[in-house]
Ligand binder design. Structure first.
Ligand code: DX5
Length: 220
């Protein structure tokens, strides 16, 4: 099963709710909300208030990608706002084990994201604490960046690590996912595809873009 999530970082901020609903109507499996703090990454985007506003508008997975330092300070607020899953970035955490356990203790799924420059060995002690691992296929911080092809081998090795340990956590990929790169990450072992600029753009409607992405993974 391949899940497609629309990253609203590329959506029209003046129509976020509408754009989230458009993606849901187009058949995505989730909406990813990219929370940026101006510290871990340069931009500043959304807070719990946006998640709270979107929650009643969509029933698909609300995936909150916390590109923030000290995420432990904000976990409960995003859970209370209605997030279905919180993704923390390995590079933004000091006490990884504690933060991951804390999200689960708050009653929702937890994901761990790893940036292109970070080795998989950093995750070894943490793999059984997470419900999803997100391999960043761009350096976090902006939409519309080029896909980093070296991450394909990382996805393969991660899938192997998980399988060897009998862990069925899915691998998500985020950054530069489009109709060309989607089949590549699929064959490498990823099953959750986060896409922003290939869904929200001037070239075609959200419905057409999601259909094209879906077709590209069907072709495989
Ligand atoms: C980047 C964000 C991504 C981004 C993806 O830091 O985490 O979710 O929005 O956008 P595209 O698909 O345009 O690379």
């Amino acid at each position: 099963m391949v899940a497609i999530e629309a990253s609203i970082l590329s959506a029209d901020f003046a129509r976020l709710g509408e754009q989230a609903r458009e993606a849901e109507a187009a058949g995505v499996d989730g909406i990813q909300v990219d929370v940026m703090d101006g510290c871990f990454v340069p931009d500043i985007t959304f807070g719990p208030g946006v998640v709270q506003a979107l929650r009643p508008l969509v029933s698909v997975t609300l995936d909150v990608d916390l590109m923030i330092v000290e995420p432990e300070r904000h976990l409960a607020a995003f859970v209370d706002a209605g997030a279905d899953r919180l993704i923390v970035h390995w590079e933004a955490c000091t006490h990884h084990h504690r933060v991951l356990r804390r999200v689960r203790d708050l009653g929702i799924d937890v994901g761990l994201a790893v940036s292109p420059g970070t080795s998989l060995s950093a995750l070894e002690e943490l793999l059984d604490l997470v419900d999803l691992i997100q391999v960043m296929t761009v350096n976090p911080g902006w939409g519309g960046q080029a896909f980093i092809h070296s991450q394909l081998d990382k996805i393969r090795r991660l899938r192997h690590m998980l399988d060897e340990r009998g862990l069925d956590a899915p691998i998500a990929v985020d950054g530069g996912i489009d109709t060309t790169t989607a089949p590549l990450v699929l064959s490498a072992g990823a099953t959750v595809l986060v896409a922003g600029s290939s869904i929200y753009n001037e070239r075609a409607s959200v419905v057409e873009n999601v259909a094209a992405l879906r077709a590209s993974v069907k072709r495989g």
